[in-house]
Design a protein around this ligand. Structure first.
Ligand code: 1GP
Length: 247
């Protein structure tokens, strides 16, 4: 997965489609994934902010893998949703959580299982920006304020210096506005590793502002869940394609 991603990122920004298998189980997840990949999405993420059982995650991963040839990656809310049926897992530390379990302790408990399942871990710093929505609450986060570019940059750079290979700025699923482009621009200018941005991206216009600011990966979930793969989703993918020079 990481090699696949590096090859895609070498040519420009990429798009991840996030599907919640609790809301879109099995074949339904596969249908969304197929449509998203047909429109140019590069990776399918499976996850949600409430406990998804291993069975539900496994069934979705199997169905999606049978339907598309892009990597299928778990966006974990906890170790209970890990399944060997996916290709990789975002092995992510919730950098600004007050709960040490979400910063490192759960990882210590889950690491042997990740190894045993032969799931490729993608080392990532995950940073929640206000408003943070549900992940901000369940993640017991001290959200970075939307105008605190220096604060976000500090966390992102610390993640890089600790050896993490991706940083994810998260406004929270369903956020009324995405992470501010000015924050993306500021963090991007100090960072050498790819910057993932998600939460509240609903239109081509949102996508373009974040891509212009230097986002390397855009993640969208809610738009496809609420509106299907219609105008909003297509507009986002169009902007990603444009930023890649048409490829
Ligand atoms: C959530 O960043 C992702 O973790 C996607 O957010 O559901 O708002 O697209 P949306």
């Amino acid at each position: 997965m990481e090699r696949y991603l590096a090859a895609r990122l070498a040519k420009g920004p990429v798009h991840f489609t996030l599907i919640d298998p609790d809301k879109s189980p099995g074949e339904r997840a596969a249908r969304t994934a197929r449509g998203a990949v047909d429109l140019g999405s590069h990776v399918i993420l499976l996850g949600g902010s409430t406990g998804i059982s291993r069975d539900v995650m496994g069934a979705a991963a199997r169905a999606v893998k049978a339907a598309v040839s892009v990597p299928v990656v778990i966006f974990p809310e906890g170790p209970g949703s890990l399944t060997a049926d996916a290709d990789a897992v975002l092995f992510m530390s919730l950098l600004n959580s007050r709960n040490l379990d979400l910063v490192i302790r759960t990882h210590a408990r889950a690491a042997p299982a990740v190894r045993a399942m032969h799931l490729e871990p993608i080392p990532m710093g995950y940073l929640v920006i206000a408003p943070g929505m549900r992940v901000g609450e369940v993640g017991q986060v001290d959200p970075v304020e939307r105008d605190d570019v220096a604060g976000a940059t500090g966390y992102a750079l610390a993640a890089q210096l600790l050896g993490m290979r991706f940083v994810y700025l998260e406004a929270g699923s369903g956020a009324p506005e995405p992470v501010p482009p000015a924050m993306v621009r500021g963090v991007r200018s100090s960072l050498d590793i790819p910057l993932i941005v998600g939460g509240g991206i609903r239109s081509g216009r949102d996508a373009r502002a974040l891509l212009d600011a230097g986002a390397n990966v855009l993640v969208t979930g809610t738009i496809a869940e609420e509106e299907g793969l219609g105008e909003g989703f297509r507009g986002i993918l169009e902007e990603v394609r444009r930023a890649r020079g048409g490829s």
